[in-house]
Design a protein around this ligand. Structure first.
Ligand SMILES: Cc1cc2nc3c(=O)[nH]c(=O)nc-3n(C[C@H](O)[C@H](O)[C@H](O)COP(=O)(O)OP(=O)(O)OC[C@H]3O[C@@H](n4cnc5c(N)ncnc54)[C@H](O)[C@@H]3O)c2cc1C
Length: 326
């Protein structure tokens, strides 16, 4: 790791100004950021810590209009939150509660989890240069060892979005708030991710110095439920190989509303509206879920080493749909 200055801001505005400087990097718990710096993949000259702002940014609270999850709330807080105890929010508790390890979950923040750099061993290695890392001319995973990489929604780079929390937040229709130069902005969560996830696009659309301050989970109607399921190689200390979050509203045994979002299979968390639409107006059944899962992966383009992903991903979708309608 190269030498750097450690900035301890007293206010959001101070943090934003410091983070805007070239070479500066925001740090929440630092699990991803410090890892990248140790690997010499990112040589931040100034590391701007958000942890001094924890009092303001780490609370989870119902406000009558839904639930506000502070950007610095930990995954463990989300998994255990009383404000998220309702079945409608199960996808959030489940996705946070099985991520990584207990140690990581007790430190990792909601914003850091959603904004973490893509998982790709070529991108994260300081010995290698690639298009997404902005120091190479091609995507090395496209033709290399791509067993954990994308099967859907990719263009010239096959990195995967690794966050557990992002598909669950999207399935629930959340917004996010940011602060930049004293201005607060609230947008739909979909806007946080690039619409065209090219190699040259960052994982997220935040501007330099823009600080994510909270996620807003909208109020859910009677009969709303959500769930999250994933596949992975190890039971702990590992990222998902495929993941799915689903939200449904059930009335009189019939699915009235549905959303389905996939994780770990594309460069961004991937909404599957066509598959979700197939569920609406139907009674839950295994036959329906098999068809919806096939629809969710209908345009899959597996790479040379990840042909297993559509098969496993479809099983995970089927499982999450059973879980959410049980
Ligand atoms: C062994 C292991 C297993 C793991 N398994 C999983 C897993 O199964 N699922 C999963 O989802 N993750 C997994 N992770 C990743 C881990 O969850 C993330 O590294 C962690 O959530 C990042 O959070 P952080 O607070 O440490 O973020 P940091 O490392 O501090 O920041 C991450 C990124 O977000 C930016 N950032 C952070 N907060 C803000 C903010 N408020 N505003 C603007 N930018 C911000 C930083 O600049 C940085 O680019 C695993 C990690 C390890 C070490």
């Amino acid at each position: 790791m190269r030498p750097f200055s450690y900035i301890v801001p007293r206010t959001l505005s101070e943090a934003s100004i410091a983070a805007k400087k070239p070479g500066a990097l925001l740090k929440a718990a630092g699990i991803d950021v410090v890892d990248r710096m140790k690997e010499r993949k990112h040589d931040a000259t100034e590391l701007v810590s958000l942890l001094p702002l924890k009092d303001r940014l780490a609370t989870i609270a119902s406000d009558g209009l839904g639930v506000r999850i502070g950007a610095l709330a930990t995954l463990a807080q989300i998994a255990d939150s009383k404000d998220l105890a309702n079945a409608a929010f199960a996808a959030l508790r489940e996705s946070a509660g099985i991520a990584a390890t207990p140690q990581v979950r007790n430190r990792a923040t909601a914003a850091g989890n959603v904004l973490q750099l893509a998982r790709c061993w070529y991108l994260r290695s300081s010995d290698l240069q690639c298009l997404h890392g902005r120091d190479g001319t091609s995507c090395l995973a496209m033709v290399g060892d791509n067993r954990y990489h994308s099967v859907l929604g990719y263009l010239d780079c096959v990195r995967v979005h690794p966050s557990n929390l992002a598909p669950a937040l999207l399935a629930l229709g959340c917004d996010y708030s940011t602060e930049l130069a004293g201005k607060t902005t609230r947008r739909p969560l979909r806007d946080l991710f690039p619409t065209e996830p090219k190699a040259e696009a960052d994982e997220h659309t935040l501007l330099p110095g823009e600080i994510l301050t909270a996620f807003h989970v909208p109020p859910q109607p009677m009969g709303a439920r959500s769930a999250y399921r994933e596949s992975r190689e190890k039971l702990s200390f590992d990222w998902a190989t495929t993941a799915a979050a689903a939200r449904v509203v059930i009335e009189g045994g019939v699915i009235k509303e549905a959303s389905l979002v996939l994780g770990a299979v594309a460069p961004v968390p991937l909404d599957r509206p066509d598959a979700a639409k197939m569920l609406v107006g139907e009674k839950p059944s295994d036959e329906l879920f098999v068809r919806a899962a096939q629809r969710a992966f209908v345009d899959a383009r597996p790479l040379s080493h990840n042909g297993y992903k559509p098969q496993v991903g479809m099983a995970v979708v089927r499982e999450v749909l059973h879980a959410v309608t049980r």
